[in-house]
Ligand binder design. Sequence first.
Ligand code: UT7
Length: 333
Amino acid sequence: MSGTQRTTAAITAVHGFVPDRVLSNHDLEAMVDTNDAWITERTGIKERRILGKGFGTSEIGVRSVLGLCEKRGIDPAEIDLLICATVTPDHQFPATANIICDRIGARNAWGFDLMAACSGFLYGLTTGAQFIETGKHKKVVVVGADKMSSIINYDDRTTCIIFGDGGGAVLLEPSTEGVGVLDSALYSDGSGCQFLHQRSGGSLSPSTIRTVEAKEHAVFQEGKSVFKFAVTNMADVSAQVMERNGLGPDDVTWLVPHQANLRIIDATARRMGLDDDKVMINIEKYGNTTAGTLPLLLWEWEPKLKRGDNLILSAFGGGFTWGAIYVKWAYGS
Ligand code: UT7
């Protein structure tokens, strides 16, 4: 074997964005039949953020990517590819990735949207990393962002308490020093569609007055069923990625889990044998931002991360989709 390591995709910067407006559990008490104690106990959420009218998911992407470029000291024109993971694109078409690129001046980039619900950032990170590993590109941006408030029925207490708006982005660059995206296990099972979906607004059931009146453009979730699948699959895939990379609980520095429900996060950490102080959690502040949760965690924890830290990113979501990624952090001391 030669002395040089294979080229991997290192995360060289991260940035995020959440809107200022807070929707607290107490605010929701005035809107639907719920209470702070129930929401806190069943989900771990205390508040979430809401993006104002007139702004789409691209706003979250633009703010995140501009912050990213500033931190790394690069011009957006240096970006080769921008992938935007979202289930709440600004429009059905064109892609929100194209809109973000235009607004930030990423005039040399191509880009596309990718939909894998709450696993979107994992799918995007895995896809983006391939373009670095093959040598095709030098700078790839992966955005995970959602304006969930745009597809929530605020009369439905089973869903409106869960979701919020926000997201973030990472920059991927080549490394030959053994850091970056080192392994990834991704799965999907379309039979899960019945438990978590947006019934209308797509080609199967286009928008009509009836579909709008029936609020079929909002998220439908059969929470209990999704919970069962999520608990098992997120824990299993995280343990799988640890095991096949020879990582024991002492080797993992951080679990970076999708923020859907504190009980799902706890079950995943227990299965991995991790103590609570190794688990990134901010669900209490932002709720479930779908594709946004993982980059938001990385952004918040960035000051604490050190080069060489072993991170396991893990998620489960609509589709069903789920997976885990092993990242060795590339910077910080
Ligand atoms: O991120 C994408 C993937 N999504 C997930 O991973 C979400 C997975 N699911 C969950 O997190 C949980 O299932 C929920 C948080 C959505 C619900 O928690 P749960 O413990 O599964 O509650 P449940 O649906 O079994 O409902 C228990 C009770 C019911 O009343 P009865 O039938 O026992 O009288 C509900 O009607 O709680 C009631 N309930 C509420 N009560 C107060 C449901 N929503 C609320 C509410 N406030 N907001």
